[in-house]
Design a protein. Structure first.
Length: 283
């Protein structure tokens, strides 16, 4: 087992990070007239345990890249902590790397008051790709009361051209998806539509947590901007954005009725089917 203290560690070399996230395989490509063997890459999906003060809170299936960002973003977007600085001594442990039993565990120390609250509502979350409610034990455990989000003047002035600008830039920033074809991306755009961050994962909510974690660990959480994603708009994505005060959210696909309900209740502007040259804003 190897341990890395993320906050003091040197950046992971891109080649090493890619090797952990993508696995080379051989596949048959079928075309009219026959098949040919070719080399392909497949996105890795491994269990990642999120451990707070020595107690495992959740096990999520995710791409083993930007794991510390994922854990910090999860802690913030799920209300485990309220501020990024409350995530202390973030350590990533790697188990059985390169084997079928590969996994990660992220250990985070949080303040006692948050840990006591976490223990009171603790549940075992066994995550699945693309599922935001796996493991909850009752309907009452669903969090369907979104926080109100700010309404800055720049948000009300957003037009389709500005919202679509980052979607034009996203494909060139989805480096893993370009090679494996199975990863979602979550990006952060300025009020002018400039794409400043892109994080990828096989799970859409994981990608969003990685984005929030990156912003938090670089001291930029709360800066003006909006989230863009290469997925449908599901309720848990809206809930996460509302919890962190994101005033606008745009995705390449359409929302669900519950996502629309939560966005309206929080006051969030929701954009969908953002496929240049068109986009929809739901009212």
């Amino acid at each position: 087992m190897s341990a890395i203290e993320f906050l003091a560690a040197a950046p992971v070399p891109p080649a090493a990070a890619t090797a952990a996230a993508l696995h080379p395989l051989l596949a048959q490509q079928w075309r009219a007239g026959g098949a040919a063997v070719q080399a392909v890459e497949v996105a890795a999906e491994v269990p990642i345990a999120l451990v707070f003060n020595g107690i495992s809170h959740a096990v999520m299936m995710a791409t083993p890249l930007d794991v510390a960002e994922f854990a910090v973003g999860f802690a913030l977007s799920e209300g485990v902590v309220e501020q990024a600085h409350e995530c202390r001594d973030v350590q990533v442990h790697t188990h059985a790397e390169g084997t079928p039993e590969e996994s990660r565990a992220v250990h985070i120390e949080i303040p006692p008051r948050h840990f006591m609250r976490l223990k009171e509502r603790r549940r075992a979350l066994v995550g699945r790709t693309g599922c935001g409610v796996c493991g909850i034990d009752s309907l009452q455990a669903l969090d369907l009361r979104p926080e109100p989000v700010p309404a800055p003047a720049w948000r009300d002035a957003l037009d389709a051209q500005t919202v679509l600008r980052p979607f034009g830039d996203l494909p060139g920033r989805q480096l893993l998806n370009a090679r494996a074809g199975s990863l979602h991306a979550a990006g952060w755009a300025t009020p002018q539509g400039e794409l400043t961050e892109v994080l990828e994962d096989v799970g859409r909510h994981n990608a969003l947590d990685k984005l929030f974690g990156r912003l938090a660990l670089t001291g930029r959480l709360g800066e003006p901007g909006f989230v863009v994603m290469t997925s449908r708009t599901s309720y848990e994505l809206v809930r996460k954005c509302a919890r962190l005060g994101v005033p606008a959210f745009a995705t390449i696909s359409a929302p669900t009725t519950l996502a629309l309900q939560l966005a309206r209740e929080s006051g969030m502007h929701l954009w969908g089917l953002c496929r240049p040259p068109t986009a929809l804003r739901y009212v």
